[in-house]
Each structure stands twice: as structure tokens, then as C-alpha cells.
Design a protein around this ligand. Structure first.
Ligand SMILES: NC(=O)c1ccc[n+]([C@@H]2O[C@H](COP(=O)([O-])OP(=O)(O)OC[C@H]3O[C@@H](n4cnc5c(N)ncnc54)[C@H](OP(=O)(O)O)[C@@H]3O)[C@@H](O)[C@H]2O)c1
Length: 370
């Protein structure tokens, strides 16, 4: 783990500060057994979102951290989950608390948490399948899912970053393993994951081209892309000159898939954010759907290896503490920024979802917890 030192103490050493901390934690936990949260009691439009008082806060596991929430970045996944995406997993668990991203302050820590302490400002993101989300006065994340918030960022700014940046990281660093001198195409560079991917690639020494809306061209170029092409343009393939080592497709429709695959060098990586695992498990159930997804994926992998000599994969965000620490470092020095379009109080979560889904607004929509 980068920048986190383990402190070893001799056997029999009485650590009064830890003792005091655990007493404070216990008192705080007893005072906070419930809190306010935005819940989804049934799947549907933004109107199903309900602000509820007295929502239970589960006991902390040993490696977990209770975070007092200050800001929550809204991700497309939140809106999709609200509408029923992932119902095969989440339906039996309704009412659900949405939300992956968070920025806030540590309120209590589990018994084996060593690197974070009460009162510390932190940010981070939950895994896509986490059950209890962050649209809540208090959220629970594992220590691995959090990092100290860069002091130069506000909570609102910080909460816009982790989920999108960790998704881009997963594709570029874990799957494609991008290296200095390589070239990358980001399809949909104007969104949060796309902008993260452009900035992370530039830091890694790659050359980046991107497709985006006309309105996003300046933003994509400012993020470090060498070329930004309007996705409504007549001949995208001709305009995106050259061949790429990796393509991150944030849109993942047949047209963008064909474009990305056709522009890859042999041995390159095509990575889509729109894998079919969840839609197939929603359609056929967890077991049959999981099996169907494995078949669809391997068929495509074989097909594209044979037809174009390229690697095909579905990217799924994964929490990664080392990646989050590096994302924090890059954000601190201004090399990774996700613009925020508008903030709403948590009580207006339904309106925040409406605005997010209207697609009129540029930048991230963030809930602020009063
Ligand atoms: N698999 C995973 O684990 C994972 C994780 C995170 C996100 N996702 C998915 O990835 C997608 C992007 O997420 P995000 O957070 O970046 O969303 P976002 O911030 O809302 O960005 C979406 C962007 O897509 C652009 N766009 C729409 N149609 C396009 C096209 N035909 N060509 C190029 N760009 C197009 C829009 O660009 P303009 O504004 O320039 O028009 C918009 O900015 C969402 O569908 C989300 O659900 C998946």
C-alpha cells in the first residue's frame, strides 16, 4: 500500500491513544444507530426516491470505516440501479440505499483499521455490487475503499472522482497495461470515465484521441487529448487517423464497437464499459444469466481474435486501494480533475437524478449532505 505505514508495537505495550480512540468510537456508535438516507423502495423513475429518517446503521466489521458523508457524486449506475438494472441481485434487498462515490469524515473505525482515524477527511467509492450505498448521512466502506481526501479539493470536487477514475484505471492499467509511447482512443471522452481515462493516459505518457459531443471538444482537449472528434461527424474512422494500442469504449453500442475494433493495432485491447453480464443475469437469473454472459463474452473474444487479432474485454469498476492513492495524488497536483456541473441537497435527490438523466448538464451532479 503506497504511503501507509504499519506501526508495530511490542507485546504488552499499553497504547493509551488506541484505548481512548476505541472508547470514543464505542460512544459514538451507540449515539448513532440510525441516520437519514435516500432509499429506493421499488424500481422506477426518479420519483421513487424517498428520503427516510431512522434508517439503521449496521454494526461495523473489523476492517470497516463509518464515514460521515459530506458529498456524493451521482454516477450513471445509480440511476440505472434505481430503474431496476441489477434487479436479479438487488430486488430481494429492497429498499436499497443508492450511491457509490463519497467524500466525508471518518466517524468510527472497526477494530482492525490501522491507516485511517476518527476525524480524518476521506474519499472513495464502493464496489458496483455493494448493498448499502452512500446516499446517507453515514456510510460504511472498507478501509481499502477509502483514501485521505486531498486537502486542495472540496468534498464536492473529491466526491466526483473515485468511481469514474477507478473504472478508467481498471481498463487502462489492469487490462491494457498501457505504457509510455502508446496511443489510446477514448470513445466518449466528454464524460467522467472518459475524462479520467484521457488524463490517466497522458500521465502515463500516452498519446490520446477521443470522440465526444461538439460541446465537449474543448474540455477533452484541455484534459490532454491530441485529437477530439465530434461523434456526429460523417466519417469518424477517417477523421481518427492512425491505429491505436488500446480503445476504451464508454458508449459500447454496435457502431462504437465496430469503430474501436477497426482502429486497433494487432494485439491491441478493446475495452467496453457496457458488458452484458448484468443485463443477462437480470433476464435469465443469476445462474443461467451468468453462464450466458460467459458464453457471449468468450464468443466475442474468439471472434475478434480471429478476425482482427485483438483482445476484447468487458471492463467492470473494481475498488483498488493502491489505485485510489495514486488517483488522490494526481488529483492533489491537479493532473486529474472531473468537472462538477451542479450540486443538490440530499433531500432533492429525485431532482438531481432528473437533471442527470436529462443529459443537458455538462459535468458531474453531486449531492451535498447538510
Ligand atoms: N462497467 C462499469 O463498471 C462502469 C463504470 C462506470 C461507468 N460505466 C458506464 O459508462 C458510461 C459512462 O459513464 P460516465 O460516468 O463517464 O458517464 P457520463 O459522465 O454521463 O458521460 C457520458 C458521456 O457519453 C458521451 N456520449 C454519448 N453518446 C456518445 C457517442 N455516441 N459517442 C461519444 N460520446 C458519447 C456524452 O458526451 P458529450 O457530453 O460529449 O455529448 C457524455 O458526456 C455509462 O453508461 C456508465 O453506466 C460503467
Amino acid at each position: 500500500m503506497i504511503g501507509r505505514k504499519r506501526i508495530w508495537k511490542p507485546v504488552g505495550f499499553v497504547d493509551y491513544s488506541s484505548l481512548l480512540l476505541s472508547v470514543v468510537n464505542n460512544v459514538e456508535r451507540r449515539l448513532m444507530s440510525t441516520c437519514r438516507a435516500v432509499v429506493v423502495p421499488r424500481f422506477g423513475g426518479p420519483e421513487v426516491l424517498e428520503v427516510r429518517q431512522n434508517v439503521g446503521i449496521p454494526d461495523l466489521g473489523a476492517s470497516e470505516v463509518l464515514v460521515r458523508t459530506f458529498a456524493v457524486g451521482i454516477n450513471p449506475l445509480d440511476c440505472r440501479m434505481r430503474s431496476g438494472y441489477g434487479r436479479s441481485l438487488f430486488e430481494p434487498l429492497l429498499p436499497l440505499i443508492l450511491g457509490r462515490d463519497i467524500s466525508g469524515e471518518v466517524a468510527a473505525v472497526g477494530s482492525s483499521v490501522r491507516q485511517l482515524h476518527v476525524g480524518q477527511e476521506v474519499f472513495g467509492a464502493l464496489h458496483p455490487t455493494a448493498i448499502r450505498g452512500t446516499y446517507s448521512d453515514y456510510a460504511i466502506l472498507s478501509e481499502e475503499e477509502l483514501a485521505p481526501k486531498p486537502p486542495s479539493l472540496t468534498h464536492v470536487e473529491a466526491s466526483a472522482i473515485p468511481f469514474a477514475a477507478l473504472t478508467a484505471w481498471r481498463a487502462l492499467k489492469s487490462t491494457a497495461r498501457i505504457n509510455s509511447g502508446q496511443s489510446l482512443l477514448v470513445i466518449g471522452g466528454g464524460g467522467a470515465v472518459g475524462l479520467s481515462a484521457i488524463q490517466l493516459s497522458v500521465v502515463a505518457g500516452c498519446r490520446v484521441a477521443s470522440t465526444c459531443g461538439k460541446v465537449s471538444i474543448d474540455r477533452v482537449m484541455a484534459a490532454g487529448a491530441e485529437q477530439a472528434v465530434d461523434y456526429t461527424s460523417q466519417d469518424l474512422k477517417a477523421e481518427l487517423k492512425g491505429q491505436f494500442d488500446a480503445v476504451l469504449d464508454t458508449i459500447g453500442v454496435p457502431e462504437t464497437e465496430a469503430l474501436g475494433i477497426g482502429l486497433l493495432k494487432r494485439g491491441g485491447h478493446y475495452m467496453t464499459l457496457q458488458g452484458e453480464a448484468v443485463s443477462l443475469t437480470d433476464k435469465y437469473g443469476l445462474l443461467a444469466g451468468g453462464a450466458a454472459a460467459a458464453v457471449v463474452l468468450s464468443k466475442k473474444q474468439v471472434q475478434y481474435r480471429q478476425s482482427h487479432g485483438v483482445n476484447y474485454s468487458w471492463t467492470i469498476m473494481r475498488t483498488d486501494s493502491e489505485a485510489l492513492e495514486e488517483i488522490a495524488r494526481l488529483s492533489k497536483v491537479g493532473k486529474l480533475k472531473i468537472p462538477v456541473g451542479k450540486t443538490f441537497p440530499m433531500t432533492e435527490a429525485a431532482e438531481a437524478h432528473r437533471v442527470r438523466e436529462s443529459k443537458v448538464l455538462r459535468g458531474k451532479v453531486v449531492l451535498q449532505i447538510e
